[in-house]
Write a protein that binds this ligand. Sequence first.
Ligand code: HEM
Length: 154
Amino acid sequence: MTAYSVLLFLHSWGRWFVLGTGIMAVYRGYAGSSNRLPFTKADNAMGASFVGFMLLQLIIGLGLYFGLSPYGLKAMKVAGAMKDPTIRFFGMEHIAVMVVAVVIAQIGRTLSKKRLSDVQKHKTAFIYYGIALLLVLLMIPWGIWNPARPLFRF
Ligand code: HEM
């Protein structure tokens, strides 16, 4: 077991925590704003978990990109790297869009907390978490429009 395999394992499984908490946070934002529900501690906790797992993925991703992954910065420095779709995906597209998604989720949480009414809090969470979740779904390597990676890495 190497440091690389440990980070890759954590990053691979981290996706399911991001997706699980993201779907719940978006759903709570939608249901809360359309049914005019109070913004509860559970709503806040779900948003915090989604943003927290996103940040964790970012930190592990940075370790992979700048340190251990053969598909990160090392691969990008080789001549003609951009012609290889897998290197282009992990070395540029994946990280650029995921960083934007993390920033959008974080901004959404900050703005949602500042809103005065509960409906506005839910609505802001729904919009920002929804956009962040869509970007994450697009950039996970499912193997449909981007490279294939195992769904469950052991
Ligand atoms: C925030 C949401 C993110 C999710 C859900 C996510 C998800 C994934 C998944 C599922 C893989 C494939 C892992 C495997 O092969 O089993 C992967 C690979 C990778 N990710 Fe992310 N990622 C995210 C953010 C980031 C960020 C922000 C960076 C860089 C700063 C990054 C860098 C990488 C790199 C370099 C790889 C390729 C690793 C390798 O195969 O050597 N990821 N990511």
